[in-house]
Design a protein around this ligand. Structure first.
Ligand code: XIL
Length: 347
């Protein structure tokens, strides 16, 4: 379909309350199809229409993170998160909350007092509790699930846990506390542990063991979020299948929370943040990416009993956190559907 026609169809669909066949419609018997959005995506008319057309779940890419909402003690900055939440409220789109506790983009002020001295873990927990209650309460009408703890497991090494500031102060107890505070704040929300490279056997088993231990101790973990930052060079379907099978021994709900399939060879947390000069994507890479997307969605559909949501990390290749040379999504830099879009949709 030509660019103009596609955009016109979206606008007509939104205006008339009808939808052309879209990703969310194609997958309605399987799982929700979500997207991580920035403020532009919900402000620009066309991008907003595309979000409404294709997706039935939204995650704020950065706006609900601790550093964005709570930069200093007693100071909350809700504007960005409110704008995204209001867009979702107006358009009746449910939100995945992301995220409450993470070693990045966190409230680092929580670790020290006014003089810059380290605080005790009791003081830290009180601050963390207040933060979790404030954020969860503000958005509980629109956010139905939260990534409560993000990326607490290490990529390798003898200690399964990431040696973060959180871990150094609290050991793995901060994980339990975060889930307890989130459950207190909203007993109805589904609570997730979320991580990248969650299909790599060593890390997968460490995630599994941690969640198992926590659940046995009564920590309210409802689901596991597998981020899903993959690349086109990695034929990983067996690993995806096996990880879902394993995690589903522990939890009833698995979400793919941050899906993209990049063109370069990095994966997961091994990131190349540099927005390199533009490079064209070759036909070979395009084709591989289509194959990866098609194969992945086949596996995810097979697990529809437990996989309840699949969220793309960003709307288009223009928005991708991986820069403009990775082309990792289903919509191109002009917000046009790529061949991979049709292959994922028309299965
Ligand atoms: C990323 C955002 O997309 C970027 O804009 C930001 O600069 C860094 O964080 N895992 C996560 C997400 O859980 O929150 C990260 O989002 C991507 C990796």
């Amino acid at each position: 379909m030509g660019k103009r026609l596609f955009l016109a169809a979206i606008l007509m669909g939104c205006i008339m309350g009808m939808e052309a066949k879209s990703l969310k419609k194609a997958y309605r018997k399987y799982f929700d199809i979500g997207v991580a959005v920035n403020l532009r995506n919900v402000t620009d008319e066309m991008q907003g229409a595309l979000v409404c057309q294709e997706f039935n779940s939204v995650t704020a890419e950065n706006a609900m993170k601790p550093a964005s909402t709570h930069p200093r003690e007693g100071v909350y900055t809700w504007e960005g998160a409110d704008r995204i939440a209001n867009f979702c409220r107006q358009n009746n789109i449910k939100m995945r909350g992301h995220c409450l506790v993470w070693h990045n983009q966190f409230c680092n002020w929580m670790f020290t007092d006014n003089e810059g001295n380290p605080v005790s873990k009791e003081v830290f927990y009180e601050r963390m509790r207040e933060h979790i209650h404030a954020v969860v309460n503000r958005y509980k009408d629109v956010v139905y699930c939260w990534d409560v703890v993000n990326e607490a497991i290490a990529d390798g090494g003898p200690n399964p846990y990431r040696n973060s500031r959180l871990y150094k102060l609290c050991g793995d107890e901060f994980i339990a506390k975060a889930f307890q505070f989130a459950r207190e704040a909203d007993p109805k929300a589904l609570l997730f542990y979320n991580d990248y490279n969650a299909i790599i056997p060593h890390k997968r088993d460490n995630i599994y063991n941690m969640v198992k231990k926590m659940k046995e101790a009564g920590v309210p973990i409802d689901g596991i979020g597998m981020q899903g930052h993959y690349n086109v060079h990695w034929d990983n379907l067996k690993e995806v299948d096996e990880a879902i099978r394993k995690y589903s021994e522990l939890v009833d709900v698995i979400h793919i929370t941050e899906l993209d399939i990049r063109a370069n060879k990095d994966m997961g947390g091994n990131l190349d943040f540099k927005k390199k000069a533009e490079q064209a994507i070759t036909d070979e890479i395009k084709q591989k990416q289509e194959e990866r997307y098609v194969g992945l969605f086949r596996v995810l559909r097979k697990h529809k009993k437990v996989v309840k949501s699949v969220t793309f990390w960003n709307l288009s290749d223009r928005d991708s956190w991986l820069g403009t040379h990775n082309y990792p999504l289903l919509f191109d830099k002009e917000y046009q559907p790529k061949e991979a879009y049709y292959k994922v949709k028309d299965f």
